[in-house]
Design a protein around this ligand. Structure first.
Ligand SMILES: *Cc1c(COP(=O)(O)O)cnc(C)c1O
Length: 386
């Protein structure tokens, strides 16, 4: 593939613009093609596909044996809400480690469910201070659960989940993790973290299509959630029991989405699993940061904090830099980026995940250069930052 110019926009294998966003993402042609069938929910082939998918999802976080995957129909937030409302009992109290929109969303879910919370918030570009987390755990024995976000997609920051998990275990708290945007790309070992539940979805680093979310649950912890649920549809234990007894979903499964995820997991394994997928994303991320930095853009996060998932760039202060023009110019060239939603700085985001390789990333940098020229921002570095 040659580098795209304004006349030949970059496209996915099916001719669509490339989605450099937090999701949904660009998927392969073969993943989309896997949806060209109509299965009944009781079809033996569908049941076996679903069974294989659930087993593979648990294996990605080394959960085989002690953990089970409970799927939840819907986007990732459905599984987060299912996890929080199924695992936290009425008398529970959750320590929430918040440094972005997804942590805040978890807080809203618990508020609505009437569950007590203790919030430890840090700035969007700052991981939690572990000494302060430990102090909170020591001082507040009534805390029953700790909730953290692995990669906070709001900024792209990687939170120190191994250390947080170790603290939760030390103080005998149940650890619940939103690993949505890192699952499959950043190594995660649920038993080593002593996590009771880890949640993610079909359409981020697994490169499936949106519509299925899931919670990898420690079997014993899940069994102990009887009576906690606040809704019928998000009751993980009830959902799980139905699988145990019938192999089927309680309510209409997104059959096409699950078939696509099955294909996506085959492609994930063929790429070398977490190592291969994570390696491609790290390379994408490196090309993105190097290329953008050379053009004068400034990433929000320091190197050691950046997950290879999505990169936040500070909004340039150059008088001729117009974000709408920038966004539209990239869209015309086949690249869809994402506005920022930070409170610490004006920003925009560019994703490294989905069916995107080195060629497309280099094409993006060429397109950024092109759009800057269109805005008559000719120089690099200082011209943009000034
Ligand atoms: C994407 C994401 C979610 C779920 O968002 P949906 O829009 O409901 O899919 C939750 N947490 C994190 C960290 C995410 O990146």
């Amino acid at each position: 593939m040659t580098q795209p110019s304004a006349l030949t926009p970059a496209v996915s294998e099916t001719g669509d613009p490339l989605l450099l966003t937090p999701g949904p993402l660009t998927t392969s042609r073969t993943v989309k093609a896997a949806m060209m069938h109509d299965w009944g929910s009781r079809d033996a082939r569908f049941i076996s596909i679903n069974h294989a998918v659930l087993a593979q999802l648990a294996e990605i976080v080394h959960g085989e044996g002690a953990y089970v995957t409970v799927p939840v129909q819907g986007s990732g937030s459905f599984a987060v809400e299912a996890m929080l409302t199924s695992f936290v009992p009425r008398a529970g109290k959750v320590l929430l480690l918040i440094n972005g929109a997804y942590g805040l969303r978890a807080k809203r879910m618990l508020d609505i469910a009437g569950r007590e919370t203790v919030v430890y918030a840090s700035a969007e570009d700052t991981p939690p201070d572990l000494a302060q987390v430990e102090a909170l755990l020591r001082q507040t024995p009534s805390i029953t659960h700790v909730f953290a976000v692995h990669c906070e997609t709001t900024s792209g920051i990687l939170n120190p989940v191994a250390e947080i998990g170790a603290l939760a275990a030390k103080y005998k708290k149940s650890f619940l993790l939103d690993a949505m945007s890192a699952f499959g790309a950043v190594p995660l070992n649920a038993p080593a973290l002593q996590a009771d539940a880890v949640t993610a979805s079909s359409n981020k680093c697994l490169e499936g299509v949106p519509g299925l979310s899931f919670v990898v649950c420690r079997r014993e912890a899940l069994a102990a959630t009887q009576g906690n649920a606040t809704t019928l549809v998000l009751d993980l234990l009830d959902q799980w029991r139905n699988f145990e007894s019938t192999g089927q979903y309680r309510f209409t499964p997104p059959t096409h989405v699950i078939a696509a995820l099955h294909q996506a997991l085959d492609e994930f394994a063929a790429e070398g699993g977490v190592e291969g997928r994570g390696g491609r994303y790290r390379n994408n991320c490196r090309i993105l940061i190097e290329g953008m930095t050379a053009l004068g853009f400034e990433p929000l996060l320091k190197d050691g904090l950046q997950a290879p998932i999505i990169v936040t760039f500070r909004m340039p202060k150059h008088p001729r830099f117009d974000f709408q023009h920038f966004y539209d110019g990239l869209k015309t060239r086949g690249f869809v980026i994402y506005p920022g939603k930070l409170t610490v700085a004006e920003s925009f985001r560019i994703g490294c995940i989905g069916r995107i390789h080195e060629t497309e990333m280099r094409g993006l940098i060429a397109a950024v250069h092109d759009v800057l020229k269109e805005m008559e921002i000719t120089g690099v570095a200082d011209a943009v930052r000034s």
